[in-house]
Design a protein around this ligand. Structure first.
Ligand code: 26V
Length: 820
């Protein structure tokens, strides 16, 4: 039958087909014969959403009844990737859905391919937030992810004449079937203006903030379903709108158009995502965005808290609020403002609540990446918050002076205000002072945090510091994107590995089993063929699935050293040119990643990759041995096709610079071997998979510091290593730029004269290590064994483990099962 229950909730092939046709008709106004791909996609998306909705309602009910402690994750970025496949997987209805559509002559894969993903983040930080939301739901922990519903996410990258060109990401163009707008959940957001002192009837002083602009934040919700459970948590993103009735003042004066213009302006607050790896201080709109989503989120938490009937001085017992980097750190001052100014709490009581509410995760050691806001800008946008920060700072610095009398240098270093003109608000210091826990994202990074950028804070509050090594969700990054491997794993181990990846250890027993190895290779081979087909289609380059797929996919940045990879490619190119009969392991080098639009050197690195690709791929002398591909517009979705197809994963960051990395985990979980430095989570990956199953090279973090301190001279290395010199000279000669010697000159000059990221110091070790990797690949039994052992031993890097640790050590949050 096709009664309402079946249509809306049924999980059988028949009810899914009936629901699909129903949605096609009633939501899209279409019948099968005229439906476009987009109509079909939407009809299916709504079919799946219906099946989420009753779990969503059941979860909300259960939370309302039990009033559990709730994790609030505050993040300016989320990169959830496409939803359709993941929701089908978590609901366990992929197969009946596939059959339901096949019965109508529609291929599920075509609809999956059609979905446009929300690019609401730059890279690892935003993707981590999405993995955490997945794990929180899967572990059945009550949680809300708060963020910004950018109308335009990360730009789309096209490669034109070998260089990156940015185009706007219009991801909402065809509508977003996964979101539910909640116009009733809206909050005032004030900006600018001034403050004045007030006195109430009892003669108590207070402060009134008279803003010069007010607008609204409206909640837009997306359901986050856990895997194999009924828990649906909320991703609540805020969109900016003009306050209702907007500018009455202007309106009354008859300035209708002026008022409408204002309306347009307020909407620009959530208009566009900023690239976070561009050193940009003083961008007023970015500060507005941060404050905008923070105030809406905190007001929402206070509203929820009040529905429980508990007083506000118990706020921190209901909520644990995680600051994903410093982007939401203004929350410390905003919660104080809400409690003191809006809810008449005394300062000391409010501070008790605040400092027990927040915990702060740091995601980078790069000094240029630590956020600070010029005081005049801050004063102009958030005058009341500046007063509150001064007060927090005064009390905090008293505490520092008490502990370290006469140490004025320390007081200056630790102050939330950088007093050396021009003056700044240091957001990391505000986050540290206002949080009860501070963590880094890998062991090495957490240690370096305590020794370097946050050393003074560690000395003051050692008990606040923790490590929480990152992880990734094995549902999206293995089950969903690598169904062939998943089937093999499930057939070999049973279905439990995706929720409990420690079970993968059992694979070790099969590492040398010839028949199992054969199946393992067939899985990898099929993913490589699929990627080859995609690359032929998108880049018009044919690649050989038998060659070693050597992949580097991540944001383009000097510290990530994609250009070191290029130096290796040109080294091999030169070796073959000088010795045409050279017997080397055939390789396909695949790159993916975006450069921040204002980061000239990163853009030049993209140019270099494409220029080398152009020459190498055309040269008959190296054909069959070398191919280079730059896959444009890398995204979560493209990652699905890339991680499973990789043989070798490039993790080349200068030691001490990459806080963790998470791509490294995705590759290794899919059976790629890593060539990498002792940086970020590479260190722990190597520890887990075993030194024999990891290609290690390069200076350690300590050696990097020492080398730079001792007066590093890349020019000397360039002159001492003839092969390196040959490579750099060839790039400088214009060989890859149609004879033009100027194009890559900034890059070459930088390398030989400055080389802050120590490519030349690591070059020889990298080349030798690559040679070892190439040789090992030829021993297919050895390589396969190493690949199997990597997957077997990567269990630690499930984000479920990470989240379980946050719950235990920071959030004090517990699972709560939901029945439907
Ligand atoms: C920001 C900036 C701004 C100034 C120029 C250089 C620069 C470089 C990086 C960043 C991003 C900082 C925050 C971030 O995205 N961190 C990343 O977080 C991931 C999740 O923890 C982690 O895996 C990456 O290693 C880390 O770079």
């Amino acid at each position: 039958g096709t009664n309402r229950e079946t249509i809306r909730t049924g999980l059988s092939e028949e009810s899914i087909r009936a629901a699909f046709l129903d949605n096609l008709f009633y939501l899209q106004g279409r019948f099968p014969e005229v439906a476009t791909l987009n109509d079909q996609y939407k009809a299916l998306a709504y079919t799946v959403r219906d099946r989420l909705l009753h779990r969503w309602v059941a979860t909300t009910r259960a939370y309302q009844k039990a009033n559990p402690r709730t994790v609030c994750y505050l993040s300016a970025e989320y990169l959830p990737g496409p939803f359709l496949g993941n929701n089908l997987l978590n609901l366990g209805i992929e197969e009946p859905t596939r059959r339901a559509l096949a019965g109508l002559g529609i291929e599920l894969d075509a609809l999956l391919e059609h979905e446009e993903e929300p690019g609401l983040g730059n890279g690892g930080l935003g993707r981590l937030a999405a993995c955490f939301m997945d794990s929180l739901a899967t572990l059945q922990v009550p949680a809300i992810g708060y963020g910004i519903r950018y109308e335009f996410g990360i730009f789309d990258q096209v490669i034109r004449d070998g260089g990156q060109v940015e185009t706007t990401d219009n991801w909402l163009r065809f509508g977003n079937p996964w979101e539910v707008r909640r116009p009733a959940i809206a909050y005032d957001v004030r900006i600018g203006g001034y403050t004045e002192q007030t006195t109430d009837a009892q003669g108590r002083f207070g402060v009134r903030w008279v803003p010069n602009e007010v607008f609204n934040g409206i909640a837009v919700d997306t359901a986050i379903l856990g895997h194999g459970v009924n828990t649906v948590n909320l991703l609540r993103l805020w969109t900016a709108e003009a306050a209702e009735g907007f500018d009455f003042h202007a309106f009354n004066r008859g300035d209708y158009y002026g008022a409408v213009v204002r309306e347009v302006r307020s909407e620009t607050i959530s208009k566009v995502l900023y690239p976070n790896d561009e050193p940009e201080i003083g961008k007023r709109l970015r500060l507005l965005q941060q404050y905008f989503f923070v105030t809406c989120s905190l007001q929402d938490m206070i509203r929820i808290h009040r529905t429980t009937g508990q007083p506000l001085d118990k706020f921190h017992e209901k909520f644990s609020v995680q600051l994903n980097d410093t982007h939401p750190a203004i929350a410390v001052a905003e919660l104080m403002r809400l409690l003191v100014d809006e809810h008449q709490m005394g300062w000391d009581a409010a501070w008790e609540v605040t400092r027990h509410t927040f915990a702060y995760t740091n995601h980078t050691l790069l000094p240029e990446a630590l956020e600070k806001w010029p005081i005049p800008l801050f004063q102009n946008v958030l005058p009341r918050h500046l007063e509150i920060i001064y007060e927090i700072n005064a009390r905090f610095l008293d505490e520092v002076r008490l502990r370290h009398p006469f140490d004025t240098a320390r007081v200056q270093r630790m102050s939330i205000i950088d007093e050396a003109p021009p003056r700044f608000v240091r957001m990391a210091h505000l986050a540290c002072v206002g949080s009860f826990a501070i963590n880094g994202v890998a062991e090495l990074h957490s240690r370096l945090l305590k020794e370097t950028v946050l050393r003074d804070f560690f000395e003051l509050w050692p008990e606040k510091f923790q490590n929480k090594t990152n992880g990734v969700t094995p549902r999206r990054f293995v089950m969903l994107s690598n169904p062939g491997l998943s089937r093999l794993l499930t057939r070999t181990l049973g279905a439990g590995w995706a929720r409990d990846p420690s079970q993968l250890r059992v694979l070790e027993r099969h590492a040398d089993d010839a028949a199992f190895q054969q199946e393992w290779r067939e899985v990898k081979r099929s993913r490589k063929e699929a990627l080859a087909a995609r690359i032929l289609d998108r880049c018009n380059v044919s690649i050989d699935p038998d060659s070693l797929f050597d992949v580097q996919a991540k944001r383009i940045h000097e510290y990530k050293r994609q250009h070191l990879n290029v130096l290796h490619i040109v080294t091999l190119y030169n070796r073959i040119k000088f010795n045409p009969g050279l017997d080397i392991t055939p390789r396909t080098f695949i790159f993916g990643g975006k450069a921040a639009p204002g980061y000239a050197m990163a853009k030049l690195m993209i140019r270099l990759i494409n220029a080398v690709a152009d020459v190498v791929n055309r040269d008959p002398d190296v054909a069959g041995r070398l191919r280079v591909v730059f896959l444009p517009n890398f995204s979560v979705k493209l990652g699905h096709g890339l991680y499973p197809a990789a043989d070798l994963s490039e993790q080349l960051s200068t030691a001490g610079k990459e806080a963790s990395g998470t791509g490294n985990m995705k590759f290794s979980m899919n059976g790629a071997l890593t060539i990498g430095t002792l940086d970020g989570a590479n260190v722990e990956i190597r520890e887990e998979v075993g030194a024999d199953n990891f290609f290690l090279f390069g200076l350690t973090a300590e050696e990097v510091v020492r080398t730079l301190a001792e007066g590093y001279r890349p020019w000397d290395i360039y002159n001492a290593n003839l092969e390196l010199k040959g490579v750099i000279d060839l790039i400088a000669s214009g060989h890859f730029s149609h004879g033009d010697r100027t194009v890559f000159q900034p890059l070459v000059d930088h390398l030989v004269w400055h080389d802050n990221y120590l490519l030349l110091a690591d070059y020889a070790g990298y080349i030798a290590c690559q040679e070892q990797a190439g040789l090992t690949y030829r021993d297919s039994r050895q390589w396969t064994r190493m690949s199997i052992l990597n997957v077997a031993r990567m269990g630690k890097f499930s984000s479920d483990r990470t989240i379980a640790e946050y719950c235990r050590d920071i959030w004090r949050a517990e699972p709560m099962a939901v029945d439907v």
